[in-house]
Design a protein around this ligand. Sequence first.
Ligand code: THU
Length: 387
Amino acid sequence: MSVLQVLGIKTDLIKPGDGLAASLEKAMAESGLALQDGDILVISESTLATAEGRVVALHDVTPGPLALSMAARYSKDPREMELILQESDEIMGGIPGVVLTLREGFLYPNAGIDSSNAPPGHVVLFPADAQKSAIKIRERMAKGRRIAVIIGDSRTHPLRLGCVGVALACVGLEPVEDARGQKDLFGRELKITRKAVADNLVSAAQIVMGEGDEGIPAVIIRNAPVSISEVQSAIPSIPPEECMYIGALRSGPRPYTGGYDHLILQAKEAAKDAYAPYSGFLVGAALLSRSGKIYSAGNIENAASGAGICAERAALAKAIASGEREFEAIAIVGNADEPISPCGICRQSLIEFGENIIIIMSNAKGDALTATLADLLPRAFTGKCLR
Ligand code: THU
């Protein structure tokens, strides 16, 4: 009978520029290990990233204004925050010390940037293209044998203490197995179960690898009950709205990380034309229509205070009067300490024209938050409710 084996490959410290495949082959030869048909080679992502030279000296990084303000908000090193911004597509939010980032459809803490297992004063970024590297390593190391290669990382599950394995890249086996259609113990068909085979293999590998100074950056998993094939496709992801965690939790403003700078600028300009002699509180709004045109206005106050109108609704009125009905985004700038929030009436006025309108809320300094209108006005009363 074949017994599942997890065999650690102990290596010398792997440094930038070291050929990873060659280093692993040398270490394996020294400990009398050789790859066999059916073997799965699991390599830690930080080792791959290090060998690829994705190591950055923090003193070479100059944080920009956004990195500085976000570093203060999340109690992080501003230089590390600069790298996080460069390495991620979106920042979902965070807690002191960690921000949750989105990169190419996956969630990572701090964009995968890690100071553990990096030389002092340095951090290791993610591998540039883990899937491509996995394919290359497999080509190089297979030598005619049927093997799979997985690049492994570790992650926590929401509200759980402790990390589990997660595959960043996988070649030579199906990373996710579809168990739908199989029967449960009572003969009922399984409806949503998919087995994260590659992730489970990484978890098994990590029992041997460890995370620290063990010096075991890779393992061979032997006799696993999975079939080795020629699969090269990337690890599959699901869209955020199908993810129960994101679907349930994604609401409320997030830090604005770019894309609408011109709109913010125009809102700032519009605030100069605000008529606010009573409050002295100048607000500007710039509304971007789907046609690409921008309509901007400041707030318009009145001696009879209830007759006043906010900047957002003034901009909206301009746009509607010009024949516009569909909008992409609105930027609002106010001379306040905190990024300014649209009032309840403006949220209601805007949602008439789409709950997905992106709201960018800014103060005069340029600190900004972003949210969709539906985030700011959940379960809104709209025309749909009347039907
Ligand atoms: N105001 C806006 O124009 N937009 C907002 O999002 C909040 C408040 C204006 C209304 C009033 O003229 C002044 O700010 C003080 O409430």
